[in-house]
Design a protein around this ligand. Structure first.
Ligand code: SF4
Length: 316
């Protein structure tokens, strides 16, 4: 097991005695060279989980392990330096995640520069090599982010993460800000890098079809908790949790003709507040199968097949 969390929590203080439970006791495991796809609506806590997992945010409880080593609750500067060699993140927004005042050479080479183990010449050679690997060329080194398209900027962000040769990468919605035509290119690039570098990934996205295509396993998050996880095809084609079923029903079809003919079932109902959360199922206010027990007892995670789990009272 390369990455593991045990009841990992991230709460934000938002007022007197008010805590927003963005990540509320998540336990997951990611095997070496595996891609775990993480899906859920905006605000479900996916990005916060990714950032907390690799120490970009201090956790509020529980634990995270990398290679069986307990990660610090709050990373010091020395921890960031140590773990940035192994743990990296590709950010969602290729427009705001690159410093507009830095050249591509400085952006992509920043990780090597911080390590202080390479000469300027070596950094330049490595940057040129990585620009080539992500489909850009060495001439781009002296340019600034505004001179590139969204897809090219995302490639720069990927080169910046990969130049360190990390073992584990959190890809936080790496394609959501890109045109559809460019999305496939970036996904194929990540797939090639995964194979050539033996990467392990947490792949966060909205698009369930894309997550199914990219991932070995899929986990579904709702208001800070995992509600279903299992092999990607099994969760996609045989979803069991009422929330996963609605998410997949509302996922757009890639074929525009089929999409136009399809009846949409919107997810209705008030979303439960993630502030000072009480016991009970967090999806109860929107679920068509709510029972009395759902209102005041939090559903436990139940195994429904060897690798498929669901947190719902219909299965407990
Ligand atoms: Fe619906 Fe109850 Fe299952 Fe929650 S626990 S998803 S409310 S049936």
């Amino acid at each position: 097991m390369l990455v593991r969390t045990d009841k990992l929590k991230k709460y934000f203080e938002i007022g007197p005695k008010q805590q927003l439970h963005a990540v509320d006791g998540i336990s997951l495991e990611i095997e070496e060279n595996e891609i775990l796809g993480l899906v859920g609506e905006s605000g479900s806590g996916k990005s916060t989980l990714g950032k907390t997992l690799i120490g970009l945010l201090p956790n509020s409880g529980g634990s995270a392990f990398y290679n069986n080593e307990l990660l610090p609750q709050k990373f010091s500067a020395a921890d960031h330096l140590k773990y940035s060699r192994e743990l990296q993140m590709i950010f969602q927004d290729p427009y705001s995640s690159l410093n507009p005042r830095m050249t591509v050479l400085d952006i992509v080479g920043v990780g090597l520069h911080i390590q202080r183990e390479h000469t300027k010449k070596q950094i330049k050679e490595e940057v040129a090599s990585w620009l080539a690997q992500v489909g850009l060329n060495a001439d781009h080194m002296s340019r600034y982010p505004h001179e590139f398209s969204g897809g090219q900027r995302q490639r720069i962000g990927i080169a910046r993460a990969m130049i360190i040769r990390p073992k584990f990468v959190v890809c936080d919605e790496p394609i959501s800000a890109l045109d559809v035509s460019v999305q496939a290119q970036v996904i194929n690039l990540l797939d090639e890098l995964k194979k050539s570098m033996g990467l392990t990934m947490l792949f966060i996205a909205h698009d369930l079809s894309m997550v199914r295509y990219v991932s070995d396993r899929m986990a579904v998050m709702y208001l800070g908790v995992l509600v279903e996880s299992g092999p990607a095809d099994e969760v996609f084609f045989n979803p069991q949790h009422p929330y996963t079923q609605l998410l997949i029903e509302s996922n757009p079809e890639p074929d525009p003709t089929t999409e136009r003919q399809r009846s949409h079932i919107p997810i209705k109902g008030e979303i439960t507040s993630p502030v000072n959360v009480k016991a009970g199922c967090r999806f109860a206010s929107r679920c068509s199968k709510t029972m009395d027990i759902c209102m005041n007892t939090t559903p436990a995670i139940t195994k429904i097949s060897e690798k498929h789990t669901v947190a719902c009272h219909l299965f407990s």
